[in-house]
Design a binder for this molecule. Structure first.
Ligand code: HEM
Length: 521
């Protein structure tokens, strides 16, 4: 999912980079080194809108210099912080693109969300489907059609009680995951190291989301992944590898260079796998209808049998939900274990919570994990420090909009700098420190609700939020109950890079020291 968001932004930035006639215009240095004097949410003492010329402006030349020559290319999240210090809380970085980087301004933008909020055009994601006659999903659809789609998809997904229905399915996957961790440890020289945990979480996330969406297991956690599943995983990788080129390169280059063929082949593999599973389910449903049997099942059965959605739209939506549910949860879990391995006191506190609130021989229920304040605080803090979607966007298509005392014409693109915002010193003192306690409701002052919104906001916010949270709580609970997580001291310091989602810059290995709870479920 996150790749889409960032690519939308890259595309926007890319297009103005190519087209902005004033790109070489002045670099506004009025606020250099003095962000406090920069324009910001100062509307309180502003009676009249401020002229847009007052906004700091980053030139094309400077953007290229930072990204290419200063190496911010894969550290765009750090560039947000750099630009905040240099230009202040709101600045223009294109003719129609405006970046905001404080909780207050973010709130102003999002409170102006229109009835059908838009993040921008994703036509490249639609082309394969147009060629093959598949529908769009919640990510690619826009306007009223998007709205109607969300009304359907939100049911059975958006509310915590909806996601609780999937608890048993997720717990089955978690059980297999814990078995796999035991197996992987055995394979390491000292029998407690797991190599490349991000890859293991990727398998877990794919297995979990597929078990909900397709109501079937894919075998990602088996020793040998089944051939069809392996091909599907490769197709996803192939599509993402060529995604950037597909967005950035001019159309005429598609027949000359291999990226477009590879990109389309990737989509082909993704859709043919999904279609096969959906068609199989359709057959089962048809048989049940023919023999007047009750319809039982989970998400796919609901979409296919209880809604007005056409099969072609089901193909489109299920594929998007599947793609959205993998990198996001897997990377968040990777960062969470990394942070816990480096913060043994927090880990010990989490262990106390998980080992006291549910008897050791019992697998926790959705209701139990969602009542665990520290478990939830740990995930929230990991998402604050590593918001898996580090930037997002909104385009107000209908009306002009007033933000930070300026009035922007309609169709202005707002870049929401979530990484800079969730590292705002005022909102989160010591922002680079892992402090889950910030999130506890124990009488302390609560953080500004807009300072960390990793799942987005409003009606266009993440549809999979409750499922993602449940998956992460259930698997983290079981991991911590079974193992003490310790860092691999032979590794260099782990840094974060922006590969459209925030990922570690190297493979993360971790020690899983068995806590020896013999009867632990
Ligand atoms: C840690 C896990 C996840 C994070 C941090 C995350 C984050 C996000 C964010 C920031 C957005 C954009 C919201 C906005 O523009 O306001 C989004 C949208 C979306 N997410 Fe997630 N997500 C996660 C997991 C999932 C899962 C598991 C699914 C599928 C079950 C999913 C499906 C979607 C879809 C379909 C959209 C597009 C919604 C729309 O445009 O209407 N996400 N997500």
């Amino acid at each position: 999912m996150a790749p889409w968001l960032s690519w939308t932004l890259m595309q926007k930035n890319g297009s103005w980079l190519l087209s902005c006639p004033n790109s070489f215009s002045r670099v506004c240095s009025r606020w250099l080194g003095n962000p406090s004097s920069a324009p910001g949410p100062l509307s309180a003492f502003q009676n009249k809108p401020r002229p847009l010329e007052d906004l700091p402006h980053i030139s094309l030349f400077e953007m290229i210099y930072r990204i290419v020559f200063q190496g911010f290319y894969n550290r765009l999240h750090e560039l947000q912080i750099y630009n905040k210090q240099r230009y202040g809380p709101i600045y223009r970085d294109g003719q129609k693109t405006v970046s905001v980087n404080t909780p207050k301004l973010l709130e102003e933008v999002l409170r102006n969300d229109e009835k059908f909020p838009s993040r921008g055009d994703l036509s490249v994601w639609k082309e394969y489907r147009d060629m093959r006659g598949f529908g769009y999903g919640p990510f690619t659809e826009e306007g009223e059609k998007w709205y109607n789609l969300r009304v359907t998809l939100n049911k059975r997904m958006l509310h915590p009680k909806d996601s609780a229905q999937y608890c048993d399915a997720i717990n089955d996957v978690v059980t297999d995951y814990i078995k796999r961790i035991y197996y992987l440890r055995q394979c390491s020289p000292k029998e407690d190291l797991v190599f490349d945990i991000a890859n293991e979480f990727y398998r877990f996330s794919l297995e979990a989301i597929a078990s909900i969406l397709f109501e079937t297991r894919l075998g990602c956690l088996e020793k040998e992944i089944p051939v069809g599943t392996q091909e599907f995983i490769q197709a996803i990788a192939q599509m993402f590898q060529n995604n950037m080129a597909a967005f950035m390169m001019p159309k005429w280059s598609r027949s000359l260079l291999p990226y477009w063929r590879n990109y389309i082949e990737g989509w082909e593999g993704i859709f043919s796998f999904g279609k096969q599973l959906i068609d199989k389910k359709l057959e089962v449903i048809q048989q049940r209808v023919d023999s007047n049997q009750e319809m039982e099942g989970e998400y796919l059965t609901y979409l296919l049998s209880n809604t007005q959605m056409s099969t072609k739209d089901v193909y489109g939506s299920i594929t998007e939900l599947l793609l959205a549910g993998m990198d996001t949860t897997s990377n968040t879990l990777t960062w969470t274990l990394h942070l816990l391995s480096k913060n043994p006191q927090s880990q010990a506190r989490l262990y106390r919570e998980v080992s006291t609130l549910v008897p050791a021989d019992r697998i926790p229920s959705a209701a139990e994990v969602t009542r665990m304040p520290y478990l939830k605080a740990v995930i929230k803090e990991a998402l604050r420090m590593y918001p898996v979607v580090p930037m997002n966007a909104r385009i107000m298509t209908e009306n002009n909009v007033a933000i930070g005392g300026f009035t922007f014409p309609k169709k202005t693109v707002f870049t929401l700098c979530h990484y800079a915002i969730s590292h705002d010193k005022e909102a989160f003192p010591e922002p680079f420190k892992f402090k889950p306690d910030r999130w506890l409701r124990d009488g302390r002052k609560r953080p500004n609700p807009f300072a960390s919104i990793p799942f987005g906001f409003g009606v266009r916010g993440c549809v999979g939020r409750r499922i993602a949270e449940l998956e992460m709580y259930l698997v983290l609970f079981r991991i911590i109950r079974h193992f003490e997580i310790k860092p691999d001291l032979t590794m260099e310091e782990l840094k974060c890079i922006n590969r459209t989602v925030l990922v570690p810059d190297q493979k993360l290995n971790l020690h899983f020291v068995d806590r020896g709870c013999e009867n632990a479920a």
